[in-house]
Unconditional design. Structure first.
Length: 105
């Protein structure tokens, strides 16, 4: 039940952002849905990973400020159902967008 709820909330957020941006800019839904999916996927990936560039930068900043050597973290990413839902949304909207704009290719 929790997994289904996470999937539904993720889809509602992505669809809501896409429809909201579409409404504000008076454009078609397909124009921004892939972009919203891509941004959402990257944000989820960034927030679920540890030991990346931001962590190393923060460790260096703390070490430079305090003089205490920070132990580096190994990069680690554990994808969850929210990431996979956002990734699926992005792939589906990419396929629909390419099909919709196929005459331009």
């Amino acid at each position: 039940m929790k997994i289904i709820l996470n999937i539904l909330i993720t889809l509602l957020v992505l669809l809501g952002l896409s429809f909201g941006l579409t409404y504000l800019t008076h454009t078609k839904f397909i124009d921004y849905s892939f972009l919203i999916g891509m941004i959402g996927t990257v944000i989820i990936w960034f927030s679920n990973s540890k030991g990346g560039f931001t962590s190393r930068h923060m460790d260096m900043t703390i070490q430079g400020t305090t003089g205490i050597k920070m132990e580096g973290q190994k990069f680690e990413f554990k994808p969850n159902i929210t990431f996979f839902t956002s990734l699926a949304y992005t792939i589906i909207t990419l396929v629909v967008m390419v099909y919709h704009y196929r005459s331009y290719f």
